[in-house]
Design a protein around this ligand. Structure first.
Ligand code: ZN
Length: 69
């Protein structure tokens, strides 16, 4: 009887009504934005973990190039 009562999902990126082909986004552009955010987030997390294990010492060995003949 009552149709259209369920609210249409809005694009999480820009808030516009989602388009069917790109749900829950409104366009391919917004879908790409979300995908890039996700990839960037995953990359940052992985990078932090790796960086934490291989932290270089601030005052390490200083190789001078003065010792050349
Ligand atoms: Zn959008």
């Amino acid at each position: 009887m009552a149709r259209g009562t369920k609210h249409a999902p809005s694009c999480p990126i820009c808030g516009k009504p989602a388009a069917a082909p790109y749900r829950p986004f409104c366009s391919k552009r917004c879908a790409d934005v979300d995908l890039h955010r996700w990839m960037k987030g995953a990359y940052v997390i992985a990078g932090e973990a790796i960086d934490d294990e291989t932290s270089p010492s601030p005052t390490g060995e200083m190789v001078r190039e003065d010792a050349k003949h």
